[in-house]
Write a protein that binds this ligand. Structure first.
Ligand SMILES: [Zn+2]
Length: 821
């Protein structure tokens, strides 16, 4: 064990930074080296289409390659260091008996962050050889092995045997699995990570730990044995991956058992965890979006491996429900923060959109599997939309700031964070990005599918022979792509080139979002410079021929700017359109527009839009430029000031890299849909403070964003949850002395499910010298929901007001707005 603990991360970070210039693209060589040791069982049934593995696709474009490099150079060392700093690695050391501690980290699923980052780092090693990183992974894996109990059980929160065990874990193994213990969730991520690590490095160290754990689960779970389903899904896909690698069918059977047990007698649970009915009877997406979508992915895997038709029927119906009623235009899913869940059909609020990064990643997993099952380009359309928009927005350009929810509108209250106590989205992004090359191609015997347009060189083994295929493209900024086919010898096979839905006026399958403004320019495909005949099959242009060395296929996808309209049933998008160019969705952001404001902008539907490439902006982006207008309120009159102005949109994924500010994806084309810029008021010019230090919340108090009602979570608000029964305050320091005589408050109240209620009482004070003096009120203080509570008082000249609140005995209180006159 010598050296394991002493190998500190700062040193490792240094070694990673130093390795930057070393031969980055060594995939082919590495692949050959490890291929000899790779386990891959020949399973009897599987997806008819197989993905071309990430190990065979070398991305070398100007879009993804730099992002994968930032992931390798910044995100992986950064997140590993965060795991160390936050005690996630200590959890394993304590469980291994190699360290003493009073407490572990916050959540029982914190082990999974370590697994996921090992998974990401393993993919990353394919792109950048890094002996320091590989050695560090070996070290971590040794610690994980030491934390594993003799019989294979691996869950640090129980094995560490703390004096005060975590409330979620139960007194015996798996006792609280169907609720929150996350024991099987931890196992699932261990399996996923172990398979990736094995495939990337050829090593068995983590795989052996995973197999030992999986064997214990096989021994323990089943009908007549331990009958419990996983409270949070992921183990289903973990087990199917492990089955493919080892050929141990018991792993596949266990995945199916976990799925089939949900919603049966004795295992009926909430929609939250998709256990409200049997999985084969589920036809709508409900509950926690990440849990759900991991489950649908697992069902696709089991359906492919077993031929189960009932699973297929269920996920086909659920897919339709999501894509036609519950999908954001960014590909994000899971509209509501309450339960991190799918909302009702067409309920897709923009500012309060949850659209968790993990859910976007899960949506990519699921849609890629649906394609492997059905061979239809419509699934890749959804996958590509998610990948380039709602998923990519989850990480900053710098690679070390992250979004958990990915809203489609902001008043500046949203910013990426350096870390979250629940770090699922961060570690998920870390593992997903470097695996991205595995989504470019698919193959079914001698049918080769080109799904994503990514500058790359790939080596692909077809039954007809080995081929090398190069994509030369500046996608997503340009629509031209040249495919150079180099078979070892002249070879007959079918090339299926995806014609993206967005290129033929079909942004998504169904009618949730439509593009009716003008027909797209035609897609052109040339073979060695000449027009070529092809059939369109399931959204692919199929070129079936005898390919010879140097054959070139040129594809030109129309990059005209699209104005996407949402279905009338989506209230939040009424009288608005969204801009799309190629696969990218656009948004307006403060720094590119007058006054840093965007919510007051109106753009006519038919206005011409210019696409301009800016190499120096946001690491190089195409912006969209157009004419529009904006409105401002004035004091003491309802008349608006209207100005004409230039309007600039940037790719949605690149927002929130220049500090907090306004943003919106859905642009009003009617004035009634825009929010005029507020006039400066005493409140809006005040500096805000209070018995709370969250600046974002304090900012919500005087932002003049009137809520729809007290529980309107899309507006910004301030709250003291989880504090109860306490006296709290907020304070305005004016920019100068004013004579004031009236003040109004709009309370936040998220009854019955939330923790905030209107207060027990409130009182206003003004500053006289150094003293706070109560105002002389003219009526009693009103306390009611869903409206402004206004108090009139004897006029006072002062430079500051203080609002003192007594919270209810059993609840907290919150405030939407506080105005002063
Ligand atoms: Zn997450």
């Amino acid at each position: 064990m010598a050296g394991i603990v002493s190998y500190r991360l700062p040193l490792f970070l240094k070694s990673v930074m130093m390795k930057k210039s070393i031969n980055r693209y060594c995939i082919t060589g590495l692949f050959i080296i490890v291929a000899n040791h790779l386990l891959h069982a020949q399973v009897k049934n599987d997806y008819p289409i197989q993905p071309v593995a990430f190990t065979q696709v070398k991305v070398m474009d100007n879009f993804w390659a730099p992002k994968i490099k930032v992931n390798a150079d910044i995100t992986i060392p950064y997140t590993l260091e965060q795991c160390r700093k936050t005690g996630r690695i200590d959890n394993f050391l304590v469980a291994a008996g190699r360290k003493k501690a009073d407490k572990l980290t916050e959540y029982t699923f914190d082990d999974t962050d370590v697994y996921k980052i090992i998974e990401g780092a393993s993919y990353g090693l394919q792109v950048t050889k890094n002996a320091g990183l590989e050695r560090y992974l070996d070290t971590l894996i040794a610690i994980i092995g030491d934390a594993q109990e003799k019989d294979g059980y691996l869950y640090t929160f129980r094995t560490a045997n703390m004096d005060k065990p975590h409330a979620w874990i139960g007194s015996r193994r798996w006792e609280k699995e169907e609720d929150l213990s996350h024991e099987l969730y931890n196992s699932g991520h261990l399996f996923e990570s172990a398979v990736a690590h094995h495939q990337a490095t050829g090593k068995r160290s983590l795989l052996d730990i995973a197999i030992k754990n999986a064997d214990l689960l096989v021994e323990t779970f089943g009908y007549g044995k331990e009958e419990r389903f996983p409270g949070h899904q992921i183990i289903e896909t973990g087990l199917t991956k492990l089955y493919r690698v080892t050929g141990t069918k018991a792993y596949l059977d266990l995945a199916k058992f976990f799925l089939d047990l949900r919603g049966t007698a004795g295992h009926l649970n909430h929609e939250y965890s998709q256990a409200h009915k049997k999985v084969i009877d589920q036809h709508e997406a409900v509950g926690h979006a990440v849990r759900a979508t991991y489950m649908y992915t697992g069902m696709a895997d089991v359906a492919a491996l077993t031929g189960n038709k009932q699973y297929l029927e269920a996920i086909d119906a659920i897919w339709k429900d999501v894509v036609e009623k519950k999908l954001y235009i960014t590909g994000g899913i899971g509209a509501t923060g309450a339960g991190e869940a799918f909302g009702k059909a067409y309920d897709l609020p923009n500012m309060s959109a949850y659209a968790e990064t993990c859910a976007a990643i899960a949506n990519v997993y699921w849609n890629s599997r649906m394609f492997l099952l059905h061979g239809d380009a419509k699934y890749i359309d959804v996958m590509e939309r998610t990948l380039y928009n709602g998923l990519l927005s989850g990480v900053s350009l710098s690679g070390d700031r992250f979004f958990y929810p990915n809203p489609l509108a902001s008043m500046g209250q949203h910013q990426r964070s350096a870390w979250f106590g629940c770090a699922c989205c961060i570690s998920n992004m870390t593992r997903f990005l470097p695996s991205m090359p595995g989504y470019v191609y698919g193959q079914n015997k001698n049918d080769l599918y080109v799904n994503l347009f990514v500058g790359s060189i790939s080596q692909i083994k077809l039954p007809a022979g080995n081929i090398s295929i190069t994509q030369n493209t500046n996608y997503p900024w340009e629509g031209k792509n040249e495919l150079v086919i180099n078979p070892a010898k002249a070879t007959k096979f079918s090339l299926h080139i995806r014609i993206p839905g967005w290129a033929v006026n079909q942004p998504v399958p169904g009618d949730l979002y439509v593009d009716k403004a003008q027909p797209s320019k035609a897609v052109t495909i040339l073979l060695n410079g000449d027009p070529v005949k092809y059939a369109i099959v399931k959204g692919y242009a199929v070129l079936d021929r005898n390919w010879k060395k140097g054959d070139k296929v040129s594809i030109d996808l129309p990059m005209d700017v699209k104005r996407i309209m949402a279905n009338d049933k989506v209230n939040d998008d009424k009288d608005r359109f969204a801009l799309q160019r190629g696969p990218l969705m656009y948004c307006l952001e403060g720094p590119d527009n007058a006054d840093g404001s965007v919510m007051n902008i109106v753009v006519k539907k038919d206005v011409p839009v210019q696409a301009v490439y800016h190499p120096g902006l946001l690491n190089g982006v195409v912006t969209l430029q157009m004419k529009g207008s904006a409105t401002k309120r004035q004091l003491n009159t309802d008349e608006l000031i209207k100005t004409q102005q230039d309007v600039v949109a940037i790719p949605y994924y690149s927002w929130a890299n220049r500090g907090p500010g306004e943003m919106e994806v859905w642009i009003p084309f009617e004035e009634s849909a825009a929010k005029p810029k507020p006039a400066p008021t005493i409140a809006s010019k005040s500096s805000v403070s209070g018995s709370i230090s969250n600046k974002r919340m304090l900012k919500g108090l005087n932002d003049q964003y009137d809520p729809k009602n007290s529980h309107d979570a899309s507006a910004t608000y301030l709250h003291w949850w989880p504090k109860k029964n306490s006296e709290e305050y907020v304070q305005y320091d004016f920019d100068k002395e004013y004579t004031v005589s009236q003040s109004s408050v709009y309370w936040f109240d998220d009854a019955p499910f939330g923790g905030c209620r209107i207060p027990a009482s409130w009182k206003l004070f003004y500053k006289e010298g150094d003293q706070w003096v109560p105002v002389k009120e003219k009526e009693s203080y009103a306390i009611s929901k869903n409206e402004y509570n206004t108090i009139h008082f004897e006029p006072v000249s002062t430079k500051a007001l203080k609002l003192v609140i007594q919270q209810p005995v059993d609840h907290s209180t919150g405030l939407h707005e506080w105005n002063v006159k």
